[in-house]
Design a protein around this ligand. Structure first.
Ligand code: AQP
Length: 334
């Protein structure tokens, strides 16, 4: 019999969602909703691994939910809720903290990036964040996890933890080993100011990213100012090896125009980057600004958004409690 397929993924409510979240995650979420059972979560407990202003956090949870809905997630088709409202996430995270290994966490590159040079000052939560991510996924026995390439390492850790739990408690196949679903074309959208860094909500410069709520003028201005190259666009990818910002613009254009890179290079080679930028800005404006308008409209009715979270929480909690009952039993907790 084919195993039941279940999708789980989450987004942190740490600010405005951007083009990286949209192309790397949200678009994938929406297409998966058509073919599988899906659970999508606003992961507020992950957000607080770095200090968040409480009022801003509350707003950001609703804004992240509004972004889910505006890109096409449907609460009647998918379970949509916020992580802290289902306490099973933290209970399972503790159990998994006791299964996971310090050596595994020490290898996580995102901790090294986010903690910066003074690791002693980073929160313990930031360090053990990947164990909570494993708990998010395994609590529902999810089989597939759509993520951007930046989360691949954390997902591999979730698989290791699932496997170790199954071995430690002698319950082969109890937790499925979750598979990453990484967007094939563009798995990592880079900063518009520095093509070696990923586009990120917490990057100081707003010019580094296109936010889903950006206006037409903001998108035009940001693309115009984006770093590129003073040479003309080449006819092959090799020539872009040392030009990460130019490559990023071409990748984004390829994704948003639904054309593969070869076709884009064919169309653009020999032209100035300003030509590409004008076309790219037009495409982004027509795809992103309707999403931004919808987010703003949805945020006008907070009671409706809260109701969606409440219903999603109830549905998620039923699955979580059922699975937790079995997990507690495996571990020997009464
Ligand atoms: N630049 C990106 N390119 C492709 N995918 C991306 N994702 C994030 N940035 C990019 C994917 O979006 C999903 C949600 O990510 P998140 O917001 O929960 O966490 P993050 O990866 O830490 O995103 P940010 O923007 O960098 O947030 P901050 O600045 O708060 O840490 C994930 O699937 C992620 O892969």
């Amino acid at each position: 019999m084919e195993k039941k397929r279940l999708v789980f993924s989450g987004v942190q409510p740490t600010g405005n969602l951007h083009l990286g979240n949209y192309l790397g995650a949200l678009k994938n979420f929406v297409s998966l909703q058509k073919e599988m059972n899906c659970i999508y979560c606003v992961v507020d407990l992950h957000a607080i691994t770095v200090f968040q202003n409480p009022n801003e956090l509350r707003n950001n949870v609703l804004e992240t939910l509004a972004s889910f809905l505006a890109t096409g997630l449907d609460p009647d088709k998918s379970i949509i809720f916020n992580q802290s409202s289902v306490s099973g996430h933290t209970e399972l995270a503790w159990i998994l903290n006791c299964v996971s290994k310090i050596g595994w966490l020490n290898r996580m590159t995102q901790f090294k990036d986010k903690a910066g040079s003074d690791k002693e000052k980073a929160s313990v939560g930031l360090y053990i964040y990947p164990n909570l991510m494993a708990a998010d996924i395994l609590l529902y026995k999810a089989t597939h996890v759509p993520v951007g390439a930046d989360q691949k390492q954390h997902l591999e850790l979730s698989r290791d933890i699932a496997q170790k739990f199954n071995n430690d408690f002698n319950c082969k196949d109890f937790f499925p080993l979750p598979e990453p679903l990484i967007s094939k074309n563009i798995s990592r959208v880079m900063s518009l100011r520095d093509g070696t860094k990923k586009m990120s909500k917490s990057e100081e410069s707003d010019y580094s990213r296109i936010n889903l709520k950006d206006t037409k003028d903001e998108i035009s201005k940001k693309i115009k100012k984006a770093k590129s190259d003073s040479n003309q666009i080449p006819d092959n990818l090799k020539d872009l090896d040392t030009k990460p910002e130019a490559l990023n613009l071409i990748n984004i254009y390829s994704e948003i125009s639904n054309n593969n890179i070869e076709k884009v290079l064919n169309e653009m080679s020999g032209k100035e980057y300003s030509f590409l930028k004008t076309k790219l800005a037009d495409l982004l404006i027509s795809e992103i600004t309707p999403v931004g308008k919808e987010i703003k409209k949805l945020l006008g009715d907070k009671a409706h958004l809260e109701q969606i979270l409440q219903k999603g929480k109830e549905k998620a909690n039923i699955i979580a409690e059922e699975n937790l009952k079995n997990i507690r039993e495996k571990v020997g907790l009464i």
